[in-house]
Design a protein around this ligand. Structure first.
Ligand code: PLP
Length: 242
């Protein structure tokens, strides 16, 4: 087998395993696997491998950096959905709105306004999720759980954005089950916001990564963001800042 064939076989195998694990987690939770979107996180993964994943049926891709995505998005079929999952700076908002279909990582009113402004000028309505720092770790972006409700009150008036739910990253833990309380917290926050702001659909909970996605599904995730379990360990260490 040549290298390319090897890569394809590995990615194919990985995708099959991840899909099976998603199906099993859904079965345990009495959920329909169709409710859970597998977002393949392709940060640091070159376009050729992203194309292999597309050929293997992946239609949702997640990227953390606008500049990196700008090189890949135009090369992959227009039929795919691109999810922005990194921290977004206001000066990159316009480019992000151009490239992406949904932004998971709205973590301030300021960035929501920048996204809305860019989307309005591009004649687009941008789907967004609000990132919540449920663990309260200093190293993480996202609204504090206590601040989300007030932020939604402001954001609801921002034109050209469509709020669809919440996103979080659980802390790094030694056993996936230890991440469960954070996922429960995000779901309960969503439930409260649903009562407070019934005019918003709140249909998405973006939570769960390679190390904890099954637990996240058991707790209601509708989008899981999975990188390493599909593409293997990331080798690049020096990431751009945005
Ligand atoms: C990198 C990243 C992921 C994917 O992480 P894996 O551990 O490779 O599955 C998911 N979400 C966010 C926000 C990320 O930055």
């Amino acid at each position: 087998m040549d290298d390319d064939q090897n890569v394809k076989e590995t990615v194919k195998h990985n995708i099959a395993i991840v899909r099976e694990r998603i199906a099993k987690a859904c079965r345990r939770a009495g959920r329909d696997p169709a409710e859970v979107t597998l977002v393949a996180v392709s940060k640091t993964v070159d376009a050729a491998r992203v194309i292999r994943a597309y050929e293997l049926g992946i239609r949702d891709f997640g990227e953390n950096w606008v500049q990196e995505a700008a090189e890949k998005v135009p090369r992959i079929e227009a039929l795919s959905t691109w999810h922005f999952i990194g921290h977004l700076q206001t000066n990159k908002a316009r480019k992000a709105v151009e490239l992406f279909d949904i932004i998971h990582s709205v973590d301030s009113l300021r960035i929501a306004r920048a996204i809305g402004k860019a989307a309005a000028s591009l004649g687009k309505e941008m789907r967004v999720l609000l990132e919540v720092n449920v663990s309260g770790e200093f190293s993480k972006y996202g609204f504090n759980s206590e601040d989300v409700s007030a932020a939604v009150g402001d954001m609801i008036r921002v034109p050209a954005i469509c709020i669809q739910g919440l996103m979080t990253m659980a802390p790094v833990v030694s056993h996936p089950d230890e991440a469960r309380p954070y996922f429960v917290k995000l779901r309960q926050l969503r439930d409260r916001l649903q009562v407070e702001y019934p005019e918003i659909a709140w249909q998405h909970l973006s939570m769960g990564m390679t190390d904890d996605f099954e637990v996240a599904i058991e707790e209601g995730a509708t989008m899981v963001r999975i990188g390493r379990a599909i593409f293997g360990e990331r080798t690049k260490v020096n990431q751009p800042l945005s």
